[in-house]
Design a protein around this ligand. Sequence first.
Ligand SMILES: [Zn+2]
Length: 327
Amino acid sequence: MKTPISLIIDDAAPVVSVYCTHAGRTATMDGRPLAQYYPNSLFFRFCDIAERYGLHGKFSVVPMPGNLGSVAGSIEGVSGSDLSAWLEGVKQRLSPAFSICPEMLTHNYAVDLATGAALPLNEQEWASDKDRTALEPYIAKALSVLRDAGLDPTGVTSPWMFGIEVEDEYAAAISGALLDALGKKTGWFFLRTVTGRPKIRPWVEVKESGRILVAIPATTHDSFWCTIDDPRTGPEFVSSLADRLISKDGKSGELIDVLDTGGWPVILTHWQSLMSNGLGTGLSALEETARRIEEHLSDRVEWKSFASIAETVAASPEDFPKPDFSR
Ligand SMILES: [Zn+2]
C-alpha cells in the first residue's frame, strides 16, 4: 500500500481575507497594504492546480468569515455572484477530493450564538475555559452554516489552537456536534502540527457509543507563509519555497524526512500563504511542489482526502493510538 499524502488548506473563505481581519496589522512587512480581498481568479487558479495534479486533502471554509457575514447569506464587500461562484467552485471542483470543514465560526471574534453579535475576545480565548456543553452548540452552528450553504462538511479545523487548553472536552464536543448537526458518526479534526518525531500518523481521539473522531496532524511547516511579506515572484524564489518540502531531485525536504521515518506527509498551508497578498506566489510554489511529488514520489505516495484518511483509521482503530505528547 502506498503512503497517504494530504494537503491542508486553512483559513479559506469566499473572496474576503480572513487573515486580514485578525492579523492585527494593515500592511505587509515590506510596506504594501494588506489585501482585504482575493479575486476569484486566484481561487480558480487553485482549482486548476488541484485538478491538474490530483491533489486531495481538506479545505476550510470559515462560515462567518472575520465577523463580516455568513457564507450561507451575504458577506460585507463580496458580491452575491462572486460568493456563489466561489461556493460553486468548492462544490463542483474541490469536493470530494478536498474534505470540507468549518474553521469554527469567524476565525476572529467569538460570537454570541443567540444574537450573532461579536464578543470582546477571539475564538481561541473564548474556547480556552469551556466544556463540551458550551463548545458543542458552537461547533454545531459552524457545521450547520456550511450545510445551509450547500456544502457537506465531514470534520472540523481549529482556528489558531482553538480548544487545546481543553482538548478532551473539545474532541468530545466535535464528535457530538457532527452527530447532532449532520448525523455523522465518523469524523476528523485538525488541531496539532507535529514535526520532528518519527512515524507521525493520524490517531483515534474519540471512540465511544459507535462514534469515532480521528485527529489528523499536519506533519510539515507552512513553507509558503513568507510569501505574504515578500514581493518576489520569480522562478528561483518559487523553486526555493518548494525545496523546503521536496528538492528538485526529490531527495530531500520535509516530505522526504516524514516518509523516511515512516510517517504520513500532511502538508500544511494557509489560504493567505497561497494568495501571497494578491500575487499568487504561493500558488506557483504549490504547483511546483505538486509537480515534484508527481515526478519523484508517485510510486511511494497516494493523495487522500481527510474523510478518506478518517475512514482508513476508523476501520482499524487499534493500529492508530494517540501518541504521548508529554514526552
Ligand atoms: Zn487558521
